[in-house]
Design a protein around this ligand. Structure first.
Ligand SMILES: Nc1ncnc2c1ncn2[C@@H]1O[C@H](COP(=O)(O)OP(=O)(O)OP(=O)(O)O)[C@@H](O)[C@H]1O
Ligand SMILES: [Mg+2]
Length: 163
């Protein structure tokens, strides 16, 4: 087992040296300001989640903030569902004034989407129709213009802190 492969814990983990090397190189690039997107694709049980765990451990060991967002496999989840936890986690590391500053113009939309933000910044003006109400997966999807604006706001908010 390589040192990189053992970084995530004691569970047996073999192979994937090539993928881990690619991810390690991408982390070097990200530290230098060149972000990359990796997609782990394969048959059920092939090891996608395990590799993602190791990638996260590598990133954590290098001082990156690692955030997890998960899709709702059954369908019917509110728009932006995979982003809610990552944004809430990012926000949790910021004080209120910093949070308001980094959200900027996106605050009205993002506080509609992420409940934790609304609780933190209750005086933020209401934004576009909210696509999210936790536990109510039948919420209508926001109209396209609001979706586009929300995605821009999400992108800006997730770029708001350290890599
Ligand atoms: N490189 C590896 N070495 C040893 N065991 C592994 C490795 N990769 C995955 N496994 C084991 O194989 C099983 C399935 O792995 P994992 O859950 O990561 O697959 P997955 O592709 O995410 O599956 P799913 O498609 O169901 O989400 C787990 O028990 C995991 O510990
Ligand atoms: Mg998996």
């Amino acid at each position: 087992m390589t040192a990189a492969a053992s970084a995530a814990g004691s569970a047996p983990f073999v192979g994937r040296e090539r993928e881990l090397a690619q991810i390690g190189a991408a982390l070097d690039g990200a530290a230098a300001g060149r972000g990359q997107l990796f997609m782990l694709v394969g048959e059920p049980g092939i090891g996608k989640t395990s590799l993602a765990d190791r990638a996260a451990a590598l990133a954590t060991a290098r001082g990156f903030t690692v955030l997890w967002g998960r899709c709702w496999e059954a369908g019917g989840a509110p728009a932006y569902w995979p982003w809610l936890d990552p944004i809430a986690a990012l926000a949790g590391a910021l004080d209120d004034s910093t949070l308001a500053r980094v959200l900027g113009d996106g605050a009205p939309l993002l506080t509609e989407i992420v409940r934790e933000l609304r609780a933190r910044l209750p005086d933020t003006p209401a934004g576009a129709p909210p696509p999210v109400d936790e536990g109510l997966f039948e919420q209508p999807v926001a109209p396209p213009s609001a979706e586009v604006r929300a995605k821009v706001a999400i992108a800006e908010a997730t770029a708001m802190s350290a890599p």
